[in-house]
Design a protein around this ligand. Sequence first.
Ligand code: ZN
Length: 146
Amino acid sequence: MRELYQQLIIDHGRSPRHFGCLENATHRKEGFNPLCGDKITVYFNVEDDRIVQASFEGSGCAISMASASLMMETLIGKTLEQAQQIFDAFHALVTRGEQSSDLDMDKLIVLAGVNEFPARVKCATLAWQAFHAACNHSKELVSTES
Ligand code: ZN
């Protein structure tokens, strides 16, 4: 099982889905993880409180790229409220290994093992923090080291 998860992370890390700039995005945010050197910009188009389009670009380690890729796959089509719940649940998953069964988290479970490696948690949460800041229209640059 663990091997399968690792393969999925490597696959998404090498060929991330929804990669690229989104023109006319209603929300965008850049995030930076100086400890690892991961840099990610996330783009979202939100209509009637629902995420209708999303993409990201940047560079970084396999975990940061895979997490951003899986985040896009999970969040597209969700309402902002659902996305916020998944954001909270994802945080619990990668920091404490807690799995939530009542949310659409299937794709994200592959990242559960990250909680055993505190340094990699920042790689896994970078895109999510950028998403969260974008939704709150924060003007601050997102950094894992604040
Ligand atoms: Zn990283």
